[in-house]
Design a protein around this ligand. Structure first.
Ligand SMILES: [Zn+2]
Length: 389
């Protein structure tokens, strides 16, 4: 049989292709093996399990350098850096990931989320804000909005906080209406400080509409009405509030008393305060009653009540050091020349008892806060003084 040289023309390219395929297969197999079981990776894992984080990081860095395509390792490394407080390195890892063109959409979102966490933990709020905004429309959207809301509330950027809370209210199952009302009240407070009273009134009306049961919008509205010399309107606002939020009365008893005096409706106010005091005695309601010339309970006919009667009646119900001190302030004693010194000591002792205390973190302050400066919680202060808790 003669050798046909035309076979050479066919077999040579075939052999070449087969050889090339075989070599490709070997390299890919090798790569796959390397990828599946890089020694440095397992070494790192082992260190991590033994809580030897420094050694784990060195091993992971080695693994990432050997095979820069492994995004899982990048994520693990980034998270490790963040957990150790090495935010700059965590940011670098996640930014490197985001810079890659071959990243899947899901991994890109994950890296963006991780980067936002790095900035948040590092306290770089401006950069965290920008990173979180990029998570809009991703599966991290809700979480990102909650973080953004916390940032805006902490930095008192109320308009932005209101916008984010509105989005959350529209998308989430939880209701944010009370919180949104707080944001409107905060904006109204800023308007009042800037002298824009009509703008403030509009914001407060929106807040009342959003959260009709919440005490703050009504209290702030009444305070603005008092400021605008609309005492009768303020009185009506607070009387209505006493029906929906009677437990918050200690917070607005003084305003109610002022409005009643200005609107010449002391009798109505006295009856209301006495009724509420019987249900739930408190020093603030007592003070408002005394300021109106009344006592916690009805006194005998033909006998004008004195502040002393009020404090004594309160002390009969509650062993209040504050009430005792205020009663003593109005009394005359055998050694009256020493009264001021004794009174000063008593006032100092009772001052901490007149504070409000956050139920979430224990932060105490003389001022009542709707938004705790300690733990950033809303409505975490009971409306009663420390002594009455
Ligand atoms: Zn707190």
């Amino acid at each position: 049989m003669d050798f046909d040289p035309s076979w050479l023309l066919i077999s040579l390219p075939v052999a070449f292709v087969l050889g090339w395929l075989a070599s490709r297969f070997d390299i890919r197999q090798l790569k796959l093996e390397n990828r599946q079981a890089p020694k440095a990776y397992f070494r790192g894992l082992n260190f991590l399990l033994n809580e030897q984080q420094d050694q784990a990081i060195d091993a992971f860095i080695e693994a990432v350098q050997n095979d820069p395509d492994t995004q899982e390792l990048h994520f693990a490394l980034g998270n490790l850096f963040r957990r150790r407080g090495e935010y700059q390195r965590a940011v670098r890892v996640h930014e490197h990931l985001l810079g890659r063109g071959d990243l899947s959409r899901s991994d890109r979102e994950r890296a963006q989320h991780a980067l936002a966490q790095d900035f948040l933990r590092a306290g770089l709020l401006d950069r965290a804000e920008a990173a979180l905004q990029k998570l809009e429309g991703t599966r991290y959207e809700n979480e990102a909005r909650l973080s953004l809301l916390a940032i805006y509330e902490r930095s008192r950027e109320w308009a932005q906080a209101a916008a984010v809370a509105q989005k959350l209210d529209e998308s989430d199952q939880a209701s944010y209406s009370t919180r949104r009302a707080h944001h409107l009240c905060e904006q109204a407070t800023e308007r009042v400080a800037a002298g824009e009273l009509s703008g403030a009134a509009k914001l407060l009306a929106q807040a009342v509409e959003l959260a009709p049961q919440a005490p703050r919008p009504a209290i702030d509205t009444a305070m603005l009405q008092l400021r605008n010399n609309e005492a009768a309107a303020a009185f009506d606002t607070l009387v209505a509030l006493s029906e929906t939020a009677p437990l918050a009365l200690p917070l607005y008893a003084a305003a109610l008393q002022q409005a009643a005096v200005a609107a010449h409706r002391e009798g109505e106010a006295l009856a209301l305060l006495q009724r509420r005091y019987v249900e739930s005695p408190s020093i603030d309601v007592l003070e408002a009653l005394i300021a109106l010339g009344g006592t916690p309970t009805a006194t005998e006919q033909n006998q004008a009540p004195t502040p002393r009667d009020g404090y004594i009646a309160h002390l009969a119900q509650q062993p209040s050091l504050v009430a005792a001190s205020r009663w003593l302030a109005g009394e005359k004693f055998e050694h009256e020349q020493f009264h001021p010194q004794v009174q000063r000591a008593l006032d100092q002792a009772t001052r901490p008892l007149m504070r409000y205390r956050c139920a979430a973190c224990g932060f105490e302050a003389h001022q009542y806060f709707w938004h705790c400066p300690g733990c950033q919680a809303w409505d975490s202060y009971p409306p009663r003084r420390v002594e009455e808790l």
